[in-house]
Ligand binder design. Structure first.
Ligand code: C2E
Ligand code: CA
Ligand code: CA
Length: 657
């Protein structure tokens, strides 16, 4: 009870005053220094309470207006939640505040933001929210499911309050939980914790309900905004990018290609007879087919950001790198074959579909995304008219494809007329720098343009199947050179020959090697085959079997470009191989960072643990050599010691004493 002195009077004047007292209470008569006077006290408990209420209300008002301003400017839900809690504590003077929202997918509540709660309390709350049976009885859950505010005005003693003790310790005396309701569905709650008991009365609750309404409105607004942004850039049916986003991305790709002087392409794909599907099986099935096609495209292209559904039954693909080796026609053929072979299962029908494509290339067919898109459309239109599976926009491209054809013809000629030569790059022992072997690297002695590096023509050989014949030639040539050097007295070296993945996959490969080796009983000990990690990994069990039979012939096996495949070090122990060649990129990284060095060191140690000889590829500097020596790498190969050399020069330099 609060009181204050209202009046003091001398007793004789009291009578005149008493009739006016009304609700006044407690008249006490004091006597000081023999003089009498009367004091009248007023019980102002009610007024004090009213004042406190006004203070509370003012706080809540202030908080409400700040949060209102926030709901208008918030662009993200996380920001809205975080700031709401902050304002509740800082302006509203609440001890704590929290917002929990229900996860769309699971319906489970998740703590979205909180302020003033310590980690232990947060952890406890989170664990209760995620445990189904415990969550059900909480005020939070009840507020959600009953869609009404829950109040505990004496939280310390209220049995409904789950963490009353922890709250009491943190100075909380009363609390309220209000539901956040969007489109008449509860989507979450806001909890407010006051240091005063009996804080939440009608007026406060009225304001706080308004507040919850404003937050709900903002949640809804932000969601709609996000949805709009999504719809502006994505195709709702397939979740692929739409035309807008695709063109944006394509423009970026073009920008990058311009800097690198590279080529990029856009493919527009039209699904044939899609209208029939829609007409005969219904729109829903048509939609499902489009979805499945989108999924299939993702599996083909792997990178979703290169794909779009641009409208109806039209899809678009951008190709980030178009190379001279014909990767684009290869991709087109591969995809149209794969599409024809694929069965699309839709509810209870299975469909096969085919498609047509129009292609435009940067820079040949245009300088920006819009122009290229239009040109690809024109090419697609012509493809539909002419019946071609795909058409390029311009002659330039058709020429590009033709160039490849011509290259094929010239390579066929090269095979028949033995225009290939082997160069040899020495492998040296790191300790004593003696030449212990050589890698045979093929070159094409093109009468038109001179020596051509393998990167330029091996892909074409592989595509045309000529690689088998050229591969056999390389083996025969390497063995002939070895036997000649051996006859000269140099039997201490081995020649490594590169094998293409196609060759290894060929059933007859091992038999072919055996046949080539049969020219001389000593041939096998002069040969090593280099296979890349990724080709071995492709079909591990079969590779292991092939590798075993190769080694049974007395031929050694090396894993080439080690580290560039996707494999882990772990599988190495299963492989029947003799040598590991660490890829040049790792040798470069070795001097760039401690991690790079550690990686090479790990590989060397692991390989030694498996009794493998380790060769470092592409060693170009003294520093690399020094480090490799320290790391106990066995051999090195690279420009530091020697470039690949024609066989006579190799012989002259390294095999004559
Ligand atoms: P690879 O097997 O990794 O061969 C090593 C490549 O690195 C060679 O390029 C070689 O000249 C180069 N090189 C060696 N030391 C250094 C160095 O210190 N610095 C730099 N920057 N490069 C170095 P090349 O001769 O152009 O061969 C390229 C690829 O062609 C080979 O890579 C191999 O995969 C393939 N290849 C070569 N000959 C044949 C062959 O007869 N058959 C098959 N299937 N592929 C071959
Ligand atoms: Ca190699
Ligand atoms: Ca290599």
């Amino acid at each position: 009870i609060y009181g204050r002195v209202v009046r003091t009077r001398t007793p004789e004047k009291l009578e005149t005053f008493l009739p006016h007292l009304g609700t006044w209470l407690d008249i006490t008569i004091y006597s000081t220094d023999g003089e009498h006077f009367t004091a009248v006290f007023e019980n102002i408990t009610k007024r004090k309470e009213t004042e406190a209420r006004i203070r509370y209300l003012n706080r809540v008002y202030a908080m409400l207006s700040e949060i209102n301003a926030l709901t208008v400017r918030s662009r993200e839900q996380s920001e809205l939640f975080r700031e709401t809690c902050r304002i509740a504590v800082e302006t509203g003077d609440f001890r704590m505040a929290m917002i929990a929202v229900s996860e769309k997918a699971t319906g489970q509540l998740r703590l979205a933001a909180s302020m003033g709660k310590d980690d232990a309390l947060i952890a406890r709350i989170e664990s209760v929210l995620t445990s189904e049976d415990k969550a059900r009885v909480t005020m939070v859950m009840r507020s959600m499911s009953e869609q009404r505010a829950m109040v505990a005005n004496d939280s310390v003693n209220d049995p409904n309050v789950v963490f009353s003790e922890m709250y009491a310790e943190a100075g909380v005396r009363s609390l309220a939980v209000l539901p956040l309701i969007v489109e008449s569905k509860p989507v979450g709650v806001i909890g407010l914790y006051s240091g005063e008991a009996e804080f939440f009365h009608q007026e406060e609750m009225q304001l706080l309900t308004d507040l919850a309404g404003d937050i709900s409105f903002a949640i809804d607004h932000i969601e709609k905004q996000e949805r709009l942004v999504y719809l502006a850039y994505y195709d709702e049916l397939t979740s692929l990018a739409n035309r807008n986003l695709f063109l944006d991305r394509f423009e970026q790709l073009i920008h990058a290609a311009r800097r690198k002087e590279g080529r990029v392409a856009i493919l527009l794909i039209d699904i044939e007879r899609f209208k029939n599907v829609n007409d005969s099986l219904g729109r829903a099935t048509g939609d499902l087919l489009l979805k499945k096609i989108a999924e299939w495209l993702v599996t083909q292209i792997r990178d979703e950001s290169l794909l779009a559904r641009v409208d109806g039954d039209h899809f678009a693909i951008m190709v980030p790198e178009v190379r001279q080796d014909g990767n684009l026609p290869k991709l087109l053929n591969k995809m149209s074959d794969a599409l024809l072979a694929h069965k699309f299962k839709l509810n209870n029908v299975t469909l096969r579909i085919s498609a047509k494509a129009g292609i435009a290339m940067f820079p040949d067919d245009g300088g920006d995304a819009e122009v290229l898109y239009r040109n690809a459309e024109a090419a697609l239109k012509r493809a539909k008219e002419t019946g071609a599976r795909y058409l390029f926009h311009t002659k330039a491209m058709t020429e590009f494809v033709a160039h490849k054809l011509e290259m094929e013809n010239r390579l066929r000629y090269a095979v028949d007329h033995q225009e290939f030569v082997l160069h040899y790059q020495p492998k040296v022992h790191l300790e004593n720098r003696s030449v212990v072997g050589a890698e045979a690297l093929i070159r094409w002695n093109d009468p038109q343009s001179g020596l051509v590096a393998p990167g330029q023509f091996i892909p074409v050989l592989e595509e045309t199947g000529l690689i088998y014949e050229v591969g056999r030639w390389a083996l025969r040539q390497a063995i002939a050179d070895y036997l000649r050097w051996r006859a000269l007295g140099f039997d201490g070296i081995r020649i490594a020959v590169n094998v293409s993945p196609l060759q290894l996959r060929d059933q007859a490969f091992v038999e072919g090697v055996r046949h080539i080796l049969s020219v001389d009983p000593n041939a096998a000990q002069g040969l090593e085959l280099e296979l890349t990690e990724s080709m071995v990994m492709e079909d591990l069990d079969r590779s292991i079997a092939s590798l075993k039979s190769i080694r049974n012939l007395g031929v050694r096996v090396a894993i080439d470009d080690f580290g560039t495949g996707f494999s882990s070090l772990g599988y190495l122990s299963r492989l029947p191989v003799d040598t590991l060649k660490i890829d040049r990129s790792f040798i470069i990284d070795m001097t760039d960072s401690p991690e790079g060095l550690a990686l090479v060191s790990t590989v060397i140690n692991l390989a030694h643990g498996l009794n493998l000889t380790v060769v470092a590829e592409g060693v170009e500097t003294e520093e690399q050599q020094r480090l490799l020596r320290l790391l106990k790498c066995d051999e090195m190969q690279g420009f530091l010691f020697s470039k690949p050399l024609p066989s006579d020069i190799f012989e002259e330099k390294y095999l004559k004493t």
